[in-house]
Design a protein around this ligand. Structure first.
Ligand code: PMP
Length: 412
């Protein structure tokens, strides 16, 4: 099937489910090409959140009344959905605020010191960079002139001091997919665990922690059609049980015997994953996340990925046609990238951030502009900023054509 037909057939089928896409921007129909930043939400997710408010607003794992029971059932169902999305058991999934908190929680849990090294590509998002320079020695892997990690250097960087290899599954700047199997093989051969930052992958392809054999995984709901404010950290049950406590407070404790005497005596946390979930969680966001996962799985991750590859091919090919545009990692084949293209526009007198702003203001096309939380990548490839277009399953070829038209105008 022709890419155009394939892309539009699925996009037209689903786009009516996204209320956001019905609005206009500066008098133009909205073209939303910023899903790597956050995805729009389908009606099923909006309804799940609204229904919680309207039908069973209550706290979870605490209430004895029926509303509490209903809210808890919906909340617990989301954990089952999240676990099955990534091939884990429910008690191996800790709900956190998002990928950033998941990685910071892991940093705390691994109790690394100043002599411990963490190896990660120099192209990583700040969320998978800055935690590793807090009381730890960061070891960034070199990247090429397009910002793609030079994976062949990995083995040279692993030393007896390496305590973790941490990689983005999909780069939020280039859209390239990491060679996870090779990385895991090299790290595990030396007894080093691997963290997969799946923020940019879980909504684009099937991700299975057991098949990939990664030790830890971090992801966010809001980049996968769900609400913001919730995400997951995956770790094997026994590993989680060995982690020190993170935040403490209500909901994570099984027994507190301090009441028996004047001095603190005895506190028993609940089993995993609850011991890492102190306080009232993001209940409605988590329920919405569950609905988002059901929505993606009903569509089928394989179907989404096929669409994604066709879209990647179309997007990169169309942008490359424009004189004055340089697409990063343009030669990376669709099998090794997602539908995301970051590019530099030679628009006289304009920064890349201004180009992105102009696309919104003048054409109704929403893209990202700037450094995309990857300052080091931009510095190393000598770019002061880039524009990023990240379509998803609801975007038609017409949307991409509108982007191309706008970029062409700005170049001329
Ligand atoms: N890692 C990657 C690859 C990302 O793209 C992002 C979000 N842009 C993050 C981590 C951080 O995710 P969050 O802001 O949801 O914590």
């Amino acid at each position: 099937m022709d890419d155009r037909v394939r892309i539009d057939a699925l996009a037209r089928r689903v786009r009516g489910e996204f209320p956001l896409l019905g609005r206009t921007l500066e008098g133009h129909p909205l073209v939303y090409l910023d899903s790597a930043s956050t995805t729009p939400k389908p009606r099923a997710v909006i309804d799940a959140v609204t229904d919680y408010y309207e039908r069973c607003t209550a706290n979870v794992h605490r209430g004895v009344h029926a509303l509490g029971t209903e809210a808890t059932q919906r909340f617990d169902a989301a954990r089952l959905e999240a676990a099955s999305l990534v091939g884990a058991a429910p008690d191996e999934i800790v709900f956190v605020r998002g990928t950033t908190e998941a990685i910071n929680l892991l940093r705390h849990a691994l109790s690394l010191g100043p002599d411990d090294e963490v190896v990660f590509p120099a192209s990583e998002h700040h969320a998978n960079w800055l935690p590793w320079r807090m009381n730890t020695r960061p070891v960034p892997m070199p990247i090429d002139e397009d910002g793609v990690p030079r994976w062949e250097t990995l083995e040279l960087l692993l030393t007896p001091r390496t305590k973790l290899v941490s990689i983005g599954h999909v780069s939020n700047v280039t859209g390239c997919i990491a060679p996870v199997a090779e990385v895991v093989h090299a790290a595990h051969a030396r007894g080093i665990p691997v963290l997969l930052d799946a923020a940019q992958s879980i909504s684009h392809m099937a991700v299975d922690v057991k098949k990939l054999d990664v030790d830890f995984l971090a992801a966010s709901s809001h980049k996968a059609f769900g609400p913001s404010g919730v995400g997951i950290l995956y770790a094997k049950r026994e590993q989680l049980r060995g982690f020190p406590l993170y935040q403490v407070g209500g909901g994570m404790v099984a027994l507190n015997e301090d009441v028996l005497g004047p001095a603190p005596s005895h506190m028993v946390p609940r089993d995993v994953p609850f011991r890492f979930e102190a306080g009232t969680p993001a209940i409605e966001a988590t329920i919405g996340f569950g609905a988002a996962i059901r929505w993606m799985r009903a569509l089928g991750m394989a179907t989404i990925r096929e669409h994604d590859m066709a879209q990647a091919r179309y997007l990169v090919a169309r942008l490359r046609e424009i004189p004055g545009v340089r697409v990063l990692a343009a030669d990376m084949p669709p099998e090794r990238r997602i539908a995301l293209a970051t590019f530099v526009v030679d628009a006289p007198g304009m920064t890349q951030e201004n180009v992105a702003r102009a696309l919104g203001d003048m054409y109704g096309v929403c893209v990202s502009g700037g450094h995309h939380c990857a300052h080091v990548l931009h510095a190393r490839v000598h770019l002061e900023g880039t524009v990023r277009a990240s379509p998803h399953v609801f975007n038609t070829t017409e949307d991409i054509d509108r982007l191309v038209e706008g970029v062409r105008d700005l170049c001329s």
